[in-house]
Design a protein around this ligand. Structure first.
Ligand code: FAD
Length: 366
């Protein structure tokens, strides 16, 4: 059969690989000028630069881990971000190192008592907004220095105006452990992510066309192909007929610096309003490199308007209801399938995209 895959990101590439192995004839198009979607990395000098923000692979799913390891060797990178609040440095996620620096406490019991005493300001009442929710989880000091202004930058709104559900849980640990993720497996592919997608697309029966927007020839594509796997925005596919889904966007500002080591860590979050960016990524700390220079990227949260890069879906009630309407249309399609973060309007980590794509392929591509 003739398959068209819209989007050369992780979901599209896994589907292409699978369909090609089943003997189908596959065309993959992407409107960008490169493959790999948001996991795209590009070698600049001797450094693999994560072009769409820091991407750290982590999973507890052994099947997913073994699957991705077929395409690259992973190093033992462990995500241990730090927070910079007005020049004070704190370990993340919130753990005994953070509590010791904040309050001088040494034992978990002392830290728990400190948090408990700060929660009391809510007098046991149900949290009504993000500020109250955060205080109820970690107390006032952590909220003030490490959550409040960072979250306000991220969402472009005051914490008192944001719903409590955004942070149902916060990673809090009463051990001296700076590993951000609890997952069994974690790492960065040696040589970057793009090679993974390139290998997935490397089949005689797969044709890749870049700079090709599905909507420039939608009717032609619908007529020409037996099956379409679409990983673009679901509302755009239906011409926004019920209105457009909302996103948060990001702007990246990358700089080459003539220094060997700029910040001593791959990820530093800036948690005060003093800077308008939320974090600085120093790419060379993800992988071994002998580069004498360094490359950093400042990440600025941005409002999203139609036409901007959509990064984070806004999973509030209004958008969830709207998505359900589009999903109903999608479910009625016979030869068109919607996948990936934009097709499903869902924030998916890479492991979850792989899980969903493998599940989709095994059940649908015969
Ligand atoms: P995408 O990678 O977005 O691929 C979709 C592709 O479709 C894109 O290339 C797009 O150009 C193309 N497309 C869209 N519309 C059209 C059209 N009309 N015509 C042609 N092509 C089209 N996950 C982790 O596990 N760890 C992390 O540390 C992590 N960090 C992240 C940081 C940021 C800033 C972001 C935004 C995401 C992060 N993720 C992380 C999530 C990860 O990026 C996603 O899981 C993954 O990229 C999703 O793959 P996808 O194929 O669904 O979507």
């Amino acid at each position: 059969m003739k398959y068209l895959i819209v989007g050369a990101g992780l979901f599209g590439a896994i589907s292409a690989d699978f369909a090609a192995k089943q003997g189908h004839e596959v065309t993959v198009i992407d409107k960008r000028n490169h493959i790999a979607g948001n996991i795209y990395t590009e070698k600049e000098g001797n450094i693999n630069v994560h072009k769409y923000g820091a991407h750290i692979f982590h999973t507890s799913n052994k099947k997913v881990w073994e699957f991705i390891n077929q395409y690259a060797e992973f190093n033992r990178y462990t995500n241990s971000p730090i927070a910079n609040y007005k020049g004070e440095i704190y370990n993340l996620p919130f753990n005994m190192n953070t509590f010791n620096k904040l309050w001088g406490v040494v034992t978990p019991k002392e830290a728990q008592e400190k948090i408990e005493s700060q929660r009391n300001i809510l007098k046991g009442k149900e949290p009504h907004n993000l500020e109250e929710q955060a205080i109820s989880l970690v107390g006032t000091d952590i909220y003030t220095k490490l959550i409040k202004e960072y979250t306000e930058k991220q969402w472009g709104r005051k914490c008192t105006e944001l719903p409590a559900f955004i942070i149902r849980r916060l990673p809090v640990r009463f051990t001296y452990d700076n590993n951000y993720f609890n997952d069994l497996y974690q790492g960065i592919p040696v040589g970057g992510y793009t090679q993974i997608v390139a290998k997935m697309l490397d089949h005689k029966n797969v044709t890749v066309k870049l700079n090709e927007n599905f909507f420039s020839k939608k009717e032609e594509y619908l007529n020409k192909f037996d099956k379409i796997i679409y990983t673009g925005m679901i509302d755009q596919f239906y011409d926004y007929k019920f209105g457009n889904l909302e996103y948060r966007s990001l702007k990246f500002e990358t700089e080459v610096i003539d220094e060997e080591n700029f910040q001593g860590n791959a990820v530093v979050n800036y948690t005060s309003h003093d800077q308008t960016f939320t974090r600085i990524i120093e790419h060379k700390h993800f992988e071994e490199t002998n580069s004498k220079k360094t490359i950093i990227t400042r990440e600025y949260p941005a409002d999203w308007n139609v036409g901007d890069e959509p990064y984070y879906p806004v999973n509030d009630e209004k958008n969830s209801i709207l998505f359900k309407k589009y999903k109903q249309l999608a479910d009625e399609e016979i030869n068109i399938y919607f996948g990936g973060r934009l097709g499903q309007y869902k924030y998916y980590d890479m492991d979850k995209v792989i899980e969903a794509a493998l599940d989709f392929c095994e059940n649908t591509i015969k």
